[in-house]
Design a protein. Structure first.
Length: 474
């Protein structure tokens, strides 16, 4: 579908969904795609790009195009109720909305910025969760403009935050690209805690990195909490949204803040996100920092949150529609019985193995430490909707720059995969070439009605087209 083919309501919805975010959401005037090569109306492309960003599905697009105008606060309260139902959340779990996963880092800082004299933020694997988080987790602006349209300087302090915040980025893979064990991550986190005795510590947990890692595991988190619980707060980066309601409940039971976004596995258009805040934190939340009045709108925070009344009482129709599309997909997916979802996911897994590994000579980048396959097998089935393929063993030992070129050439040929990620080292120290293939919730729903033979044939045809394109471009 081309923009010129949209009806007036569709064009209005599409235009709105490019507003109310930062520059990443804007469309190139020539390609009509954003910097992630996606667009907020259905596209005629072969896409397995849910690890980066999705195009909106025809069904979700019809839904948002048909929505009537609604007061912003009322619309977000309705979304809160639907998200609460989708994840079986208790009524005392609060919810904060933001235009991106990067903005959600500010929510965690806001919840504890009155603790101790300083805050120390331990971020795990910034390369595997998003580089912009380095700024926002540090209490700094990460873009040239906020979602309110206020011009700011990237890296500049958010008033009321960053002069008291330090940050530490802990790698999640070694120099050979192997994932560290959960115990190793626990020890690295503890070192950071002990080195900042005067600070309150925000400890990030990765639940579904760009390559499917979950670190640290619950037992190691419990160990850290038993020894440092009064000095630390857990922050779970589940922005890929490859997480079950049971896992969300496990984290909330440990008083963790949980981040999710609607544009990855959930299948909505970029960008939208929400943070789940446990009652132990919301009950003693301090007033919001002064600088939040250029980042957030009042309705995006729960009613009665200290300091929220100082935020602009305006609306963000673009964020509302992007959230509506994402939650529409979440509700459709939740109606799919688990056994049927597993059938599609395992068929996808087999098709990727046949097309990307056996045919192209690629290698799956393991979402678990060496020798710990059992940990990977214990991950929720949703984690198998993402495969990171190392192509560096192909002729010429292609590196990440070649992967970027290949990724863009595939886009120009109507194929969109997840962006390359730096997680494999070549012998000469360069980063190796990787591409990522991921299913989304709407794809699972679309593939579910197919019988076993038709499902296998459909996925095989897709992988054949992708593999043939890679062969031709290499």
């Amino acid at each position: 579908m081309r923009f010129s083919e949209l009806t007036t309501p569709q064009a209005r919805a599409a235009a709105l969904m490019t507003q109310g975010g930062d520059a990443r959401i804007l469309l190139d005037p020539e390609t009509h795609r954003n910097r992630y090569h996606s667009a907020p109306w259905p596209q005629d492309v072969l896409a397995y790009a849910s690890s980066t960003a999705n195009d909106i599905s025809p069904e979700a697009f019809a839904h948002v195009a048909g929505l009537a105008p609604q007061p912003y606060a009322e619309a977000l309260d309705g979304l809160r109720a639907r998200i609460r139902a989708a994840y079986a959340l208790p009524e005392d779990v609060e919810m904060v909305f933001a235009p991106s996963g990067t903005d959600l880092e500010y929510v965690a800082l806001a919840c504890v910025h009155d603790r101790a004299g300083r805050l120390h933020n331990i971020l795990l694997g910034a390369d595997e969760v998003g580089r912009g988080c380095i700024h926002s987790a540090h209490g700094r602006f990460f873009a040239h403009e906020t979602a309110l349209g206020v011009v700011v300087d990237p890296g500049a302090a958010v008033p009321g935050l960053s002069d008291r915040v330090s940050i530490e980025d802990v790698p999640v893979r070694d120099m050979q690209g192997h994932a560290f064990t959960s115990g190793c991550m626990r020890d690295r986190i503890e070192t950071g805690i002990e080195a900042h005795a005067e600070a309150h510590i925000l400890v990030h947990v990765v639940h579904g990195s760009k390559t499917g890692l979950i670190l640290p595991l619950l037992d190691d988190l419990d160990d850290l909490r038993a020894r440092h619980g009064h000095r630390m707060t857990l922050v779970v980066d589940a922005c890929q949204a490859r997480i079950t309601p049971a896992a969300v409940a496990d984290y909330l039971a440990r008083d963790a803040i949980v981040f999710l976004t609607g544009s990855k596995f959930m299948g909505g258009p970029p960008f939208s996100g929400f943070a789940l805040v446990p009652p132990a934190l919301s009950a003693r939340a301090p007033a919001l920092p002064a600088g939040f009045d250029v980042i957030f709108r009042r309705a995006e925070w729960p009613a009665g949150w200290p300091g929220a009344d100082r935020l602009p009482d305006s609306g963000n129709d673009g964020l509302r529609l992007r959230l509506e599309a994402a939650i529409f997909e979440l509700e459709r997916f939740n109606r799919l019985p688990l056994a049927r979802a597993e059938r599609v996911i395992l068929a996808f897994h087999a098709a990727v193995r046949a097309g990307m590994v056996e045919r192209l000579g690629g290698r799956r980048v393991a979402p678990y430490p060496p020798g710990r396959r059992g940990e990977g097998d214990a991950h929720p089935i949703e984690m198998r909707t993402l495969s990171t393929i190392d192509l560096s063993r192909r002729p010429g030992a292609p590196d990440v720059d070649e992967a970027v070129r290949l990724h863009r050439a595939l886009v120009d040929g109507g194929i969109r995969l997840g962006q390359p990620v730096q997680c494999v080292r070549l012998e000469d120290g360069r980063w190796g070439a990787t591409l990522r293939l991921g299913l989304s919730m709407p794809q699972l729903v679309r593939l579910d009605p197919l019988g076993d033979a038709a499902l296998e044939a459909s996925l095989a045809a897709d992988m054949d087209r992708i593999a043939s394109a890679i062969e031709a471009l290499s």
